[in-house]
Design a protein around this ligand. Structure first.
Ligand SMILES: [Zn+2]
Length: 347
């Protein structure tokens, strides 16, 4: 980029993506393409980047965009710019529900209509479609109309977890930016410098986040998340030492939870835990993520067989895939719970 140091957008990390998008919104730049697709795991920063990009496109400053000062930037900050439309999954009643809702055909019809109108204030109409992987077929097909016959002033930005969950005809019409997990140190430093967490907590959350700043930040909002983690870890430790009957009872209590963020969050926590146990068994306790529970990691590393831990991690990954693709949830979870490692003295 000419004559500028690193561009500062209100985005943590993903600097390569910022530098790719930034010049498109500047005066005299080549201008944006018609549609962008931001890919990456939940809470990695896709929507934050998409908002910043939208803010830059709608900003009216002649300098660096977004400027944060012009009327456009102020409207964006309040979430109410007339040329910005946010489209999110909803339940059948039309309430936003990002965990279980769908992008439905009515929303696509609104986008098609919106795309025909001229911008009211800005140069563009910016339409941000969150969680495009939750589009049903009629939404996707309707949206394709807009993607195929673009009006020059319409910029679409889609976010999705994984390109495999989208229609190839949608992916091929967008410029794709795949956001990667951020380094632990960057997340820890950002949490600490915002005053959101002290050094110890920032380090713990950064390690547990799998490179997702949004996830780490969300954990700090309310004690609830931290207490939930403690409770989930304790129940995992108990299950490791529980009978088959108790494990199956737990599986049943979980299986009502398919497609629920809570279930996938729990599986992610289990994956993180057993990965740490495996690291400790390999003599790499320092590389563990659950740094506040090193004694328990050591305990499980010493008492469980490495081959069982490896097999369980493998099953966890497979079961997670099944659960995302509507295989019999109860059965998949039963298999998982029965494979949970147990201390060797109990076998
Ligand atoms: Zn501005």
């Amino acid at each position: 980029m000419a004559n500028t140091d690193a561009v500062v957008w209100p985005v943590v990390g993903h600097q390569w993506a910022v530098e790719l998008l930034y010049p498109l919104a500047q005066n005299g730049g080549s201008g944006p393409r018609h549609a962008y697709l931001l890919l990456g795991p939940p809470q990695i920063g896709k929507s934050t980047l998409a908002w910043a990009f939208g803010g830059a496109l709608l900003c009216t400053s002649s300098g660096t965009r977004p400027c944060g000062n012009c009327r456009s930037c102020q409207l964006m900050a309040k979430g109410g710019h007339p040329d910005m439309r946010l489209v999110q999954p909803t339940d059948r009643e039309g309430n936003v529900d990002r965990a279980n809702g769908m992008l439905r055909v009515e929303a696509a019809e609104a986008i098609v209509h919106e795309a025909m109108l001229r911008p009211l204030e800005a140069k563009y109409k910016y339409i941000l479609i969150q969680d495009a992987h939750r589009a049903n077929d009629s939404f996707a097909n309707k949206l394709l109309k807009t993607l195929e016959e673009p009006a020059a002033h319409v910029i679409l930005c889609l976010t999705a977890n994984d390109r495999a969950e989208l229609l190839p005809t949608i992916v091929s019409r967008c410029q794709t930016l795949e956001l990667r997990p951020l380094p632990v140190e960057l997340i820890a430093h950002s949490l600490e410098s915002r005053g959101a967490a002290d050094a110890t907590e920032a380090q713990l959350l950064a390690r547990l986040s799998n490179g997702r700043f949004g996830w780490a930040l969300a954990q700090l909002q309310g004690k609830q998340n931290r207490e939930q983690r403690e409770e989930d870890l304790r129940s995992l430790w108990q299950l490791t030492r529980a009978s088959r009957v108790e494990r199956l009872a737990f599986s049943q209590s979980l299986s009502g939870n398919r497609e629920n963020e809570r279930l996938f969050g729990l599986l992610a926590l289990w994956t993180g835990w057993w990965r740490d146990v495996l690291l400790a068994q390999a003599g790499c306790l320092d590389a563990c993520n659950n740094i506040d529970h090193q004694a328990e990691i050591q305990r499980d590393a010493q008492s469980c067989a490495q081959v069982d831990v490896q097999a369980f991690l493998y099953t966890l990954r497979r079961v997670e895939g099944y659960l995302r693709h509507t295989v019999n949830t109860a059965l998949a979870l039963d298999v998982l719970l029965l494979q949970l490692p147990r201390p060797m003295t109990q076998q």
